[in-house]
Design a protein around this ligand. Structure first.
Ligand code: MG
Length: 367
């Protein structure tokens, strides 16, 4: 089987409500996703997607995805898409780095490999260890009352795990943390995600001031080194999200004992191929995981839920479904929010059905 062509579309995904991160300094109103279809000479096609969360969340943006796919597509045409490691090495040779671009091609290759094997993606990635993964809400930065109102809205969708975006200023953050922690009911939990906004001094001060709280604190500071410094001065469990990009980062995290939770965003780490290696490092190191993606449609979410479902208990922490926050999803079939939980599709491949008519005209076709 050989890759015969790659077709690329750009899709604007409007958010139902505008969204703020990192204490409010980053604003998002729509996302720009790139969806590709990889065709083969045997008539099997696979779908892939890369949707960075806007341009300001990570060193990744939609224009970069498209320019990168134009660079990579000619390098993979003619290759056997079922040989996912071989294809990935060819992409690394053609364009070092830029994992967030490669994720789309890698995902489509996994889709083809799984369809060809007649297996759901979850089985190709190691097999289903849990029937359902818990879903994580994503609570936009705001006042304590605004955060709680968003949590109430998420509760209506069945969510019992919340990721509250804080990080405005240390004094009000401490108040918000105490306030929200008190609002959690039986079986409910909230993570405080700073999205890189505290300095090390601020993080150490706030976390020591609120040391009675045992909630997970996510990405308190900008860099890995800063978080490691904080780790040595606070007692709360820490999660590393934005600073986990490569397999090398995961190895360092594990060796340093830098965190208790890892945010494994498939697109940020470069696709399913590197994400499953990072998964294995975290399993070996005893680090819990939020396996999800950086944004996008039900396609990315279905692939991420498949990988998350391979985690044995107690490693799967929670998974966020971006498409729940968008007005119109061009991928009508795939994973669904089942009252705060999601199960990986059982049909061969990723199991997401893309409505090609909703994608409009392709941006480019590579042969
Ligand atoms: Mg995060």
């Amino acid at each position: 089987m050989r890759i015969s062509g790659v077709t690329m579309w750009g899709v604007r995904l409007d958010l139902k409500r505008s969204y703020r991160l990192s204490g409010g300094r980053l604003l998002f109103e729509h996302l720009d996703s790139t969806i590709i279809r990889v065709d083969t000479d045997e008539g099997v096609s696979g779908w892939g997607e890369s949707c960075p969360w806007g341009s300001s969340y990570l060193p990744a943006f939609a224009g970069g995805v498209r320019a990168g796919i134009a660079e990579l597509a000619p390098a993979v045409v003619g290759m056997d898409p079922r040989q996912t490691d071989v294809v990935y090495r060819a992409m690394n040779l053609a364009l070092p780095g830029h994992g967030y671009v490669k994720t789309a091609i890698d995902m489509a290759c996994w889709d083809i490999a799984a369809q060809s094997a007649g297996l759901p993606l979850v089985d190709m990635l190691g097999g289903r260890s849990v029937e359902k993964v818990r879903l994580n809400s994503s609570i936009s930065s705001g006042t304590a009352e605004e955060l709680l109102a968003e949590i109430d809205r998420a509760r209506e969708g069945g969510y019992t795990m919340h990721s509250a975006k804080i990080g405005a200023d240390p004094e009000s953050d401490a108040k918000k943390m105490r306030f929200l922690a008190e609002q959690m009911g039986q079986g409910e939990d909230v993570t405080f995600d700073c999205n890189r906004s505290w300095t090390t001094a601020q993080a150490i001060a706030v976390l020591n001031e609120t040391r009675e709280l045992t909630n997970v604190i996510e990405q308190p500071c900008e860099t890995y080194e800063q978080i490691l410094h904080v780790r040595r001065h606070v007692s709360q469990p820490l999660a590393i999200d934005e600073s986990l990009v490569t397999l090398g980062d995961a190895l360092r995290m594990a060796a340093d004992g830098a965190c208790e939770v890892a945010g494994v965003k498939v697109g940020r780490v470069g696709g399913l191929t590197p994400a499953r290696r990072i998964r294995d490092v975290c399993l070996e190191a005893g680090i819990l995981m939020n396996i999800e993606d950086t944004g996008g449609t039900r396609l990315q979410a279905s692939a991420a839920v498949a990988l998350a479902s391979t985690l044995p208990e107690p490693f799967p922490r929670a998974t966020w479904l971006c498409f729940n926050q968008v007005v119109q999803d061009p991928v009508p079939e795939g994973v669904v929010n089942e009252n705060g939980w999601a199960s990986a599709p059982t049909v061969p491949g990723i199991g997401a059905v893309v409505d090609e008519g909703a994608l409009g005209e392709p941006l480019e076709v590579f042969k």
